[in-house]
Design a protein around this ligand. Sequence first.
Ligand code: GDP
Length: 464
Amino acid sequence: PKNSEGLKKALLNSEFKPEKWMLPDLTDNPISQLNLAIVGHVDSGKSTLSGRLLHLFGRISQKEFHRNEKEAKQQGKGSFAYAWALDESVEERERGITMTVGVAYFSTKRYKVVLLDSPGHRDFVPNMISGATQADAAILVIDASMGSFEAGIDVNGGQTREHAQLIRSFGVDQIIIAVNKMDVVGYSKDRFETIKKQLGTFLRSCGFKDSSVLWIPISTIENQNLVSDPSDERLSWSRGLCLIDAIDSLQPPPRELSKPLVMPICDVIKATSQGQVSACGKLETGALRSGYKVLLMPSREIATVRSLERDSEACKVARAGDNVTVSLQGIEGNRVTAGGVLCHPDFPIAVANHLELKILVLDTPTPILIGSQLECHIHHAKEAARVVKIVALLDPKTGNVSKKSPRILLAKQNAIVEVILQEMICVEDYSSCRALGRVSLRSSGRTVALGVVSRVIVANEFGC
Ligand code: GDP
């Protein structure tokens, strides 16, 4: 196949036959990356838990931790010491809530975990969504204390509910339920079972399978059942699977090796003196090795891989899931740009400027109308976009069409819209390639809507 339909078919049906060198041997880099979102009602303990995990396994130094702790104490917020490990801006610290999707890293026996922390504050649900679209699995944190769990699953405004529905709608199907603050309820097994029963029923209604839900009682503050069996006798009924074991028991995200190469370029390095150019990015599918020919889209030029670097070390082969720097030869430096995509010469990616999107409008004061001018971000590409059609409003709970052709979109509404971009970009629909089908729409430096590409309407068939 020499057109983007070929790539789409190969992405969906694995018709692509990988060559032998693409497949990993057993000695090769067995640790996978796992993108893990942390979600849950405000104050359930998400930041404290993220901070703990980072402190125990992660890339935050003792010194940095003590500095956070000291600063927190000075402001009379001692318990936020861990939370601060993730909160970045002073403004967030003063308000004591996490506003951005904090990204942090730690390693377990099995995984390099990328933690996508998300705020529980009502207004910040949108940030949670951008975490959820990237997640392979999620930890849903529950506050076990009397009244708090109940508030979280309340039909009116319970974020436990809302978050569980949202992550499921973005295709996350593995979930760990961390029933936190068990210290507050005296580590009561009855309380844990009540929560499990009620929430379990709800999770089933969202489409989670019982076998993909893991229930772990913990106390983040008292460090119970996080990394080893509980030391507190009152939690002795829950031995055998602590939180970190639960994380290690998750299924690794599929490393899509038996698919053609797709690598969105996030950055370009030019060494002008030697006229060398390198593209940096993550391989979403397929594999690469030195000497391999790649097709650079959207410029449609062929280049050869001179060398590869992973984790700042030279390597011969890179595969789906790896973050790499690819040094290219046989191409003009100025043809390689962030927002472009490296692909297999026989499987060019679709290039299009007319897209159908499924979006959620965020808390924005300005409504979205037909004709609205926005900035469209898809993988690392950024392009001016005009809304040309509002196809339908969607019911947030069922996803069904609730109104056809509305004239206006307001905050918190779900909808299907069509946009036309000023220039062509590399894009695939979300169902065939998640990484190339996530979209955010911005205006005056603010994100106004988030969603996915539901259809590429006019794909320009380069490479035919
Ligand atoms: P977030 O809004 O979900 O990020 O919640 P935070 O991590 O900011 O925690 C909210 C409050 O709950 C803070 O005062 C924490 O100290 C407290 N907290 C977190 N985990 C526990 C726990 O296991 N036990 C108790 N008693 N308090 C906790």
